[in-house]
Design a binder for this molecule. Structure first.
Ligand code: ATP
Length: 215
């Protein structure tokens, strides 16, 4: 995927397409039209065609898309044909929930190592995942070739832990803390602020009900 420059909005839709194609494939379907795909994933068919066009002509007029071809294509693009190990830093309430969550069910991603400063939890196994003390983080990340980390430490430690992750060679951080962390331009951050998302939902409900607001 690193080679193909695609718009961010398209990249965000790829896992949605992928998930649905998997369902079709498992149900034994051989082809799917863009209209059918559109209804299932709630993306208009013109957008789907445009998204797919970034990868060359994948569909045939009057035939639709070959499910297996498309699935294999997405698998490669999304790196789903290999398992990606990620790390989790901070095994608190949220960290525990994420350790329990089965990422592997729909995506080839698994948390293979967790880290925590708390001596009571370090050197234990939680939900099948080994928890290491922070002193071992750099070594473990390098040995396990992990370059993606999920950050679920308290706000006040978020930047410090991020700096340690960066110096250990991590290239992507999924930041569950509500602060914006600073990273060098070579590192990508995905912010997931659950409280903020909920607040946004409530704001839109209060102001617009279920109508789509003007963008
Ligand atoms: P949350 O619900 O946000 O996960 P919590 O209330 O369970 O949090 P927090 O105090 O937010 O707990 O801490 C989350 C986890 O991060 C705890 O397990 C804590 O031991 C761990 N932690 C705290 N500071 C650090 C740090 N500097 N490095 C690594 N882990 C840390």
């Amino acid at each position: 995927m690193a080679e193909t420059k695609i718009p961010k909005a398209t990249a965000k839709r790829l896992p949605i397409y992928y998930r649905y194609l998997n369902i079709l494939f498992n149900a034994g379907k051989q082809r799917v039209s863009s209209t059918e795909l559109s209804e299932a994933v709630q993306v208009d068919s013109a957008t789907i065609r445009r998204d797919f066009s970034y990868f060359g002509a994948l569909g045939k007029r009057g035939y639709g898309y070959d499910v297996e071809n498309l699935l294999n294509f997405f698998k490669k693009t999304l790196n789903q044909d290999r398992l990606t190990n990620v790390a989790l830093i901070g095994v608190g309430n949220l960290g525990h929930a994420l350790l329990n969550y089965n990422f592997q069910q729909t995506n080839s991603v698994r948390i293979s190592a967790a880290f925590d400063i708390n001596k009571d939890i370090a050197n234990t196994i939680q939900s099948g995942v080994p928890v290491y003390p922070m002193a071992e983080m750099k070594k473990q990340l390098q040995v396990q070739q992990i370059n993606v980390a999920i950050l679920t430490v308290p706000i006040e430690d978020a930047q410090k832990v991020t700096d340690e992750l960066v110096s250990a060679g991590v290239k992507g951080v999924m930041n569950f803390t509500p602060i914006r962390i600073s990273v060098p331009s070579t590192v990508r951050v995905q912010n997931v602020d659950l409280a903020n998302e909920l607040q946004t939902l409530i704001y839109f409900l209060d102001h617009y009900g279920s109508e789509t607001p003007e963008t």
